[in-house]
Design a protein around this ligand. Sequence first.
Ligand SMILES: [Zn+2]
Ligand SMILES: [Zn+2]
Length: 469
Amino acid sequence: MCKYLVPSSGMINILQPTTRCLCVCRIHQLRNYQASMEAAGLSVSFAGHRPLSRAQSSPASSSFPMVVQEPPAKPRFTTGLVYDSLMQKHQCMCGNTTSHPEHAGRIQSIWSRLQETGLRAHCECIRGRKASLEELQTVHSEAHVLLYGTNPLRQKLDCKTYMPTQAFKNMLPCGGIGVDSDTIWNEVHSSSAARLAVGSVVELVFKVASGELKNGFAVVRPPGHHAEESTPMGFCYFNSVAIAAKLLQQRLNVSKILIVDWDVHHGNGTQQAFYADPSVLYLSLHRYDDGNFFPGSGAPDEVGSGAGVGFNVNMAFTGGLEPPMGDAEYLTAFRTVVMPIANEFAPDMVLVSSGFDAVDGHAPPLGGYKLTAKCFSYLTRQLMGLAGGRLVLALEGGHDLTAICDASEACISALLGNEIDEHSMMSHIGFLRSSFEAYCAYFFFDLSVHATSALQNSQKNILACLLQN
Ligand SMILES: [Zn+2]
Ligand SMILES: [Zn+2]
């Protein structure tokens, strides 16, 4: 995230009453519009339709008068990928990508890398789709979904009634608009791109959950894990991973879902969505610095509420960048905390909020850690041992193009089952054992607050194990 951002920005708070009023106003307008159109015999769909391209719909010449519709080929049981270039169109009106690190080049570069390296050919590329408004509302409020998910209708209303651009977004110093300097808004394309990101993740997750694909990686943007029920922030509008998890529960009756979040920032939106839910274990590793790193949430004692106590695990790194966290710390966190808890939870499906901003190459305000891309292939490999291998990684943050391309390549290679140089990783763990005391000062995972949880025994064992090392 960006240095401009602080949690609970005063500006946003000041705007909230006005925004709420306009939201309510706008929902009434949308409903009235829908009712009047239906009364006139016209159905109104909030979903936009993609125009059919020539490649999808018709032959290139008239020499083939008969178009034989081939049934869609059954996907190979391999790693699935999902990507759509329409997600590139979510760009600030100012057109200057240097001031907006979450830009279109991120997914474009990753997709090109996967082509160049031949990995794409080994995977099954599936088509994404826009999430429906109903799907978005599994996590987000109706007002939030209508405000940020219904672009075509908004444009009609804009002309006649009021100007929602000014109602819920700010003019940015760059000349564009957004809810803040990071979370930009493109009046024409943002709602479609954000819904496409969600729908693409959902499609991939369902194909893996139902056994059509082995596992998967979603090359999507804008990211989602900061988006809360009614608040867009930190580049995020709709929480793709959280929505996919809710839909797995509702439509496939998946009973236990593990969400691992290894983006360098805490996934406040995902934590909020499942805070009281013991059937979704949210496990985040993030830079925390006693609440001084964006978004400021993710303290170790945020452990869930009600029945969900113990099913929200924040491995919050504090201590700034002296030294910055690296492979050794993350590998040890996985070995001593993530995998023991995950094994005990025994999930039916694993989703990863896969930001790569902990990879070396991200300046301190946006990361500052020094993980290697290779480390993420090793972490991926470990998660493949859970849930019968049903694992989907969805891109979240990360803006250094080399870093995110390298890490995506490494993770997809691991998902395909390619060899990993485990020897170099194991040497890190050896190093870590000998420097445990130094590490302990920076690694905060409050075991006492999990006392009433089902994971209590496992965590006591972890503590014992940590203290012995
Ligand atoms: Zn701009
Ligand atoms: Zn991030």
